[in-house]
Every structure is written in structure tokens, then in C-alpha cells.
Design a protein around this ligand. Structure first.
Ligand code: SF4
Length: 323
């Protein structure tokens, strides 16, 4: 195996393919070894995700229930009040979260009053001592700098899939737009959260391609969410088959080996996984989950806080403490 104490940004497609197709138990063993070299095996970061502006998005991401053009049963909600957001963040911290992520269903950030309000929210959450993250769509360099100045710790902007498959799931922007925003975030000195979704109808080569792009960025994302498609009724992908849990385990394991220092986040899809299946994901190197008071991950189901607490106790996991 590659020297596990080394960070590499020159992974070849062939190397990643070999890893990806390893027998599962061998792959998990390697990933677990890398995980234990770089991280505590028992510490799992709990991130709270809050949709601060829901639905009505102009984009056409085929998996997303918040795209205005699809007939989903999502309730559109305007940007939340700062005070409400801050009280949810305070409760999230009290229940063990060390990171608070705010999501707005926007194509891109506009330089308007809503952006000013988000900047105030970022300041308020930062003052609570939480890592504050946002996912607001595309960002210019100046907007990224303003978020950084307000105290933003991380920015989420997923690649979703491979460059080759991207056009099949989104037509309203191109892969290069994603990379451009990631570049703006990095230049502003904000930590990068970037991963993808499996189960969109992509091939294994597409998954390998996405991992190749992520692991060959000049600096690996500090955070890599791996999502299983949540099949939202009314979206073009509603009838796809459920993602096989072993595919999630495989993706997580390869991401862990390629990007050893990153927090690998077991993201959408947990509500359809048993505790045993989630345990396999942790064994493969996942060290973060998302929770939310509303038991929804944006607009799709997520496990109850109590269920997660019981899972942590059973598996001997502890929430990673605050920065
Ligand atoms: S994923 Fe984001 S950009 Fe795409 S439709 Fe949904 S809210 Fe809009």
C-alpha cells in the first residue's frame, strides 16, 4: 500500500481503480489502518445542518427536491431570521455538535440584503464557538473574502459526480463553475467541504473519476461528504434503485485512503441504513455525521437525535469536541 503517512495529490486513475476494486474486506482493513494513523477511531464529528432558505431554486439538479421546476411536496421558505438560526445553533452545540452548517437553496450568492443577513448569522454562530459552514451556491472571490472576514470556517460546494457525468444530472451550470467556486473559497482561506453523491445512475468509472478530481486538487478538501441519493418524489431520479450500502462503504474507504487527513462525512442516506450498516461506514473511515433538530437533512429524512445517541453509545463513539 501507499505510505499511509504521506499526503498525495498525484493519484492516477489506475491507482484509484485498483483500490476501488479491491476485495471489500481488504479495502476496509486498509482504510481503517489509514484512519487510525490520522484520526481517533472513536471520535466522530457531529455537524448540524440547517436549511436557512428552502426550495424555489432556479437550478435543475436532477436529484434535488428544492429545484423549483420539479413538482415535489417541499414547502418553500424564505430566509430565516437570524435570532431563530442562532437559537437552533445554540441548542445544536448543547447537544454535542461542533459544526453548524447553513444551507440556502440559491444558484449563487447575490450581493443583496439576504447576503448581508447571512454574514450576520455567520458572525453570531462563530461567536458561539462552533465551526460555522455555509452552502449557498456559487461564490465570487469577493463574496468568499467577506464570508471569511465574518468568521466563516468552511464552505460546502459538492462536485456531485464525475466531470463526465455532470451534464447528465445538471444542465444549468458546468463542472468548471464548481471548481471555480472551490478555488475562490480556498483563496479566501476558508476550509473546503466538497464531496459527492452516489446512486445518480453513474458508473463505477464516474465514482472513480470524482474521487480522482477530489484527491488531485492542489490541497485536499478538509471535509469530504459522501452522500447516497435520497430519492425525492417528483424529481427526475425518484425511481432509481436504493444505493447498496456496500457501495457507500467502498466509496468511504477509498476516500479515506486517498485523502487521509480529511473528515469523511457519512451524509445523506443514513435514514435508510441500519446501525450495523453505519458501523461499517465508520470502520471504513467515516468520522462525521449530520444531524438536525427537524430530523431532516435539508428536505430528506435523517435519523432522530436519540437514535444517533444510542448508536454512539453502542459503538463506543464520542462526539468530536469543539475547536
Ligand atoms: S442542489 Fe442546490 S443548486 Fe441544485 S437545485 Fe438543489 S438547491 Fe438548487
Amino acid at each position: 500500500m501507499n505510505n499511509i503517512e504521506q499526503i498525495r495529490n498525484d493519484w492516477s486513475i489506475e491507482e484509484i481503480k485498483l483500490l476501488y476494486h479491491e476485495p471489500l474486506l481488504e479495502l476496509v482493513y486498509k482504510a481503517a489502518t489509514v484512519h487510525r494513523t490520522w484520526h481517533s477511531s472513536s471520535a466522530v464529528q457531529v455537524c448540524t445542518l440547517l436549511s436557512i432558505k428552502t426550495g424555489g431554486c432556479t437550478e435543475d439538479c436532477a436529484y434535488c427536491g428544492q429545484a423549483a421546476r420539479y413538482h415535489t411536496n417541499i414547502t418553500v421558505k424564505a430566509l430565516m431570521d437570524k435570532e431563530e438560526v442562532l437559537s437552533i445553533a445554540a441548542r445544536a452545540k448543547a447537544s454535542g455538535s461542533s459544526r453548524f452548517c447553513m444551507a440556502a437553496a440559491w444558484r449563487e450568492v447575490r450581493d443583496n440584503k439576504d447576503f448581508e443577513r447571512v454574514l450576520e448569522m455567520v458572525k453570531g454562530i462563530n461567536a458561539l464557538g462552533l465551526e460555522v459552514c455555509c452552502t449557498l451556491g456559487m461564490l465570487t472571490e469577493t463574496q468568499a473574502e467577506r464570508l471569511q472576514a465574518a468568521g466563516l470556517y468552511a464552505y460546502n460546494h459538492n462536485l456531485d459526480s464525475s466531470e463526465r457525468y455532470y451534464d447528465e444530472i445538471i444542465s444549468t451550470r458546468i463542472y468548471g463553475d464548481r471548481l471555480n467556486t472551490l478555488n475562490n473559497v480556498r483563496k479566501a482561506g476558508i476550509s473546503v467541504c466538497c464531496g459527492g453523491i452516489i446512486g445518480l445512475g453513474e458508473t463505477h468509472e464516474d465514482r472513480i473519476g470524482m474521487l480522482h478530481t477530489l484527491s488531485n486538487l492542489p490541497q485536499h478538501p478538509e471535509s469530504v461528504p459522501i452522500n447516497a441519493l435520497a430519492r425525492v418524489p417528483g424529481t427526475p431520479l425518484q425511481d432509481l434503485t436504493k444505493v447498496d450500502v456496500w457501495d457507500m462503504v467502498r466509496m468511504i474507504a477509498v476516500a479515506r485512503i486517498l485523502m487521509p487527513k480529511a473528515m469523511v462525512r457519512l451524509s445523506a442516506g443514513r435514514s435508510e441504513m441500519s446501525t450495523t450498516e453505519q458501523a461499517w461506514c465508520f470502520m471504513a473511515g467515516a468520522n462525521s455525521i449530520f444531524t438536525s433538530e427537524s430530523e431532516e437533512l435539508l428536505v430528506t429524512p435523517n435519523p432522530k437525535l436519540d437514535e444517533d445517541r444510542a448508536m454512539f453509545e453502542l459503538l463506543g463513539l464520542t462526539p468530536l469536541s469543539n475547536k
